[in-house]
Design a protein around this ligand. Structure first.
Ligand code: 3MF
Ligand code: MG
Ligand code: MG
Ligand code: MG
Length: 386
């Protein structure tokens, strides 16, 4: 039980389990490990796939000869293990050239270079079969608005995505693009900080159907927002193209904690939304082991992300089958077919009938909603006593 299998579609980035544990105040605590070794370990643990930024696989300073060898070794590891590459992305944040933005830099040369780098990274991802292409604009933002480029930034961001959408079509790559919102870090304020902001922006693109979102648990939680609410909106819009699972304490620096390690209830509702809605995409863990750990801890971390997901998936099934919970929910969702028939669609007749309807307002006002009971029952499912 709770043994991860490829059918669960668990994926990790090369940058996640490969994270050597450096932070702004301290150096790496773990040696760097190779991509083929990561592939081998992830397969052994039961993961389905592995994702990468261009430079996670091919270092920025690699010679063409080294690049060929790296690809060959990576391909061999994928073939040997059956691991797939469902998603790829571009590192547009590490190089100092992107210090004030990539697609939204006020320097036209930087914007052009960012698009060039992304096209090459899309070629690389396609070579390994990636179907989703993620855009996390880590440097697209400001600390001070001194340059007053905020409005231009929206136009430049749109221009870049439109260009790359056409590139996607002209190459026949068939990628789905997924924008990953984050409110801050490393920039003081990142553009398109929330899922809702990204969805609004997508509607302004030339190919809105190609573009969805990649929400991340930690990103909403950092800002004190509800991650389940964010993914619900993405699901409702038909735009949940990918998801980054991890955990985070509210109001802190970006922690990228093991999935389900901190906010049990939000993790439960996240899994419930993904499972109940029939989300078919990867369950990607964008997280890393604590800096306190060596590689034993890293593999415990990876195992833990997947195991907790499966435990919560089991809890969702239990919750959905629990008769007492379902009875309480049936009371919570008050049905009235006549009224729902009136409000489902406007017509002058329905409007008139609705105006003529009288409600038992005091009856409705005086009755509680029963959420204390449902929430306690949910907690007891999660705490393992039901
Ligand atoms: C940062 C992130 C990123 C993105 C990645 C694209 C480095 O907080 O979440 O991870 O997820 O760039 O997938
Ligand atoms: Mg993140
Ligand atoms: Mg992070
Ligand atoms: Mg992420």
């Amino acid at each position: 039980q709770y043994q991860p299998k490829p059918e669960h579609k668990f994926t990790f980035g090369l940058w996640t389990v490969g994270n050597p544990g450096s932070d702004p105040f301290g150096s790496a605590v773990r040696e760097t490990i190779s991509a083929p070794y990561i592939v081998e370990k992830l397969a052994e643990l039961g993961a389905w796939g592995v994702n990468f930024h261009d430079n996670d696989l091919i270092p920025a300073d690699a010679t063409p000869e080294q690049e060929r060898q790296i690809k060959k070794d990576f391909r061999a590891a994928l073939d040997a293990t059956g691991l797939v590459v469902p998603m790829a992305t571009t590192n547009l944040f590490k190089d100092p050239i992107f210090r004030d933005g990539a697609f939204t830099s006020a320097d036209a040369r930087v914007r052009a270079y960012a698009i060039q780098k992304t096209m090459k990274a899309m070629d690389l991802g396609a070579e390994f079969g990636a179907e989703t292409y993620v855009f996390w604009g880590g440097r697209e933002g400001t600390e001070v608005d001194a340059g007053s480029r905020t409005l231009d930034a929206m136009a430049w961001f749109r221009e870049a995505l439109n260009f790359l959408a056409e590139y996607n079509i002209s190459q026949g790559y068939n990628y789905k693009f997924a924008l990953e919102p984050k409110p801050n870090e490393p920039r003081g304020d990142i553009f398109l900080p929330t899922v809702g902001a990204a969805l609004g922006f997508i509607a302004t693109l030339d190919h809105p159907e190609m573009v969805g979102v990649n929400p991340e648990f930690a990103h909403d939680t950092m800002a004190g927002l509800s991650f389940p609410h964010a993914i619900a909106q993405a699901i409702d819009a038909g735009k949940l193209f990918h998801v980054d699972l991890n955990d985070q304490k509210m109001g802190r620096f970006d922690q990228d904690l093991r999935f389900g390690s901190e906010n049990y209830k939000s993790a439960f509702y996240t899994v419930k939304l993904l499972e109940d809605s029939g989300y078919q995409g990867p369950r990607h863990f964008d997280a890393h082991a604590l800096r306190t750990e060596d590689y034993d801890g890293v593999w415990e971390f990876a195992r833990g992300c997947m195991r907790t997901y499966l435990i919560l998936k089991d809890k969702v099934e239990q919750y959905n089958a629990d008769e007492e919970i379902q009875a309480a929910l049936a009371e919570y969702f008050v049905k009235d077919e006549a009224l729902s028939g009136l409000t489902a669609r406007f017509s002058p007749e329905n409007a008139q009938k609705l105006k003529d309807t009288s409600f038992d307002l005091d009856g409705i006002r005086s009755k509680g909603r029963g959420l204390e009971k449902i929430d306690q029952l949910t907690a007891e499912v999660l705490l393992g006593v039901r």
